[in-house]
Design a protein around this ligand. Sequence first.
Ligand code: PMT
Length: 404
Amino acid sequence: MGRLYNRNVLLGVTGGIAAYKSAQLVRDLQEAGATVRVVMTRGATEFITPLTLQALSGHPVHQELLDADAEAGMGHIELARWADLVLVAPATADCLSRLAQGRADDLLTTLCLATPAPLMVAPAMNQGMWNDPATAANIETLTTRGVHITGPAEGSQACGDVGPGRMQEPADIAAAAQALFAAGQLDGLQLTVTAGPTREPLDPVRYISNHSSGKMGFAIARAAAEAGALTTLISGPVALETPESVNRIEVSSALEMYDAALAQMGHCDIFVGCAAVADYRPVESQPQKIKKGQETMQLELVRNPDIIAAVAAHSQRPFTVGFAAETQDVLDYARSKMHKKGLDMIVANDVAREDGGFNSDRNAATILWPDGSLEVPLTTKGELARRLIDTIAGQRRQQAGKVA
Ligand code: PMT
C-alpha cells in the first residue's frame, strides 16, 4: 500500500508539451493509493483532452473558476478543501510566474491560493526559460513560501534544445509526492473495530440496549484509517457519519455483531472491540407487541456470546484489543478481563466519571498490556483514539521483534 493511500491529490495540468505525461502521472498517483482529481488550464487542453484525464481519474475534469454545478457556485473552495496535496505538473514558466505573484484569475491559481494543503510543482519548460533570472526568482519566491519544487530533469527537449527544463518522469513526481507524507504506522494492515451499542429485541417495538453513542469506536476507525490501515467498522445503531475511507458494516444485535466480527477473521490484523455489547438477550423475542397485563413481569435472559473472547481464541487471531467499561476498581477489573478474554491489550475507562465515558466527546483511560500501561488523562475521544493507535502500532512492532 502506497503512502498516498487515503490521500486526495488535486493534479493541476498547465499548457506545456509535457502535459501528455500527466495521463501516466494520474495512473502513478493512483497506484500509490491516491484519489486523483484534475484541474486543467485552457492552455493544457491544447495538448491533452479533458476526456482522457477524466477517463483515467474517474472524475470530471475541472476547468472553470465559477462552477454553476458546485454547491454555492464555489467549486474552487470545495476543491481547495478536498485536497491533501495540490500538485501542478507540468508547471509552465508562466504558471510559476503567476503563482509567485499570487494571481487568482483562473481556477488553478485560485485554488493554489485558497488551499490549506501543501503545494508541489513540477516545472517543465525550454532550458533557456528555465535558466532565465526571472524564472529563477520565481522559483526562489515559491520555495521561500514553502512550495515544494520537484525537478526539472535535464536532457533533450521537444524543441530540440538540450539542458535542464524537462518535466521529471511521472514515476519520479509520484515518488516525490509520496515522500511528503510520512509512512502510516499501520500501512498495509487491516483493522476491524466494533462500535456503539447492541439492541436485543423483546418484541417488534422494544429492545434492551445501553447509552453507547459510538463516538469512541468511530474515532478509533478514523485514527486507524489515517494511520494507513484498511479499516472496517462494525457498528451498532448510532447516528454518526462514517469516517472517510472506512468500510462500515451495520448490525443491530450482539448475535449479528458476533457474525460480522468472526467473518473478518483470516483477513484481519488488528481487532479493537469498543462496542458496548449486551451481555444478555431475551430468551425469545416475541413476534407481536407484548401487551400490558399483570403489575409485574419477568424477563428471561440468556448470555450472549463473548465476541472479543471468540476473536482472541480464533486460530487466525489478530492483535486483539478490548475495552473495559468499569465503575469501580477500574484497573484491577480491566486487567482481569484482559487475561480472562485472552487479549493483547485493554483500554480501561471509568464510566462513572461525569466528564467522560458513554456519549461524551471526551474520555480518560489507561491502556494496559501484559507488561506495561499508559495513562491518558482526560482528552478528546479523537486524541485518545490516536494515542491508542500509536500504542497498538508500538506493541505490534515489539511483538514482531520478539518473534524475529
Ligand atoms: O460509544 P461511546 O458513547 O463513545 O462510549 C464509549 C464506551 C464507553 C462504550 C467505550 O469506551 C467502552 O468502554 N466500550 C466497552 C464497553 C463494554 O461493554 O465493556 P465491558 O467491560 O462490558 O466489555 C469488555 C470487552 O468485551 C469490550 O471490549 C466489549 O466490546 C467486549 N464484549 C463484551 C460483551 C460481549 N458479549 N462481547 C464482547 O465482545
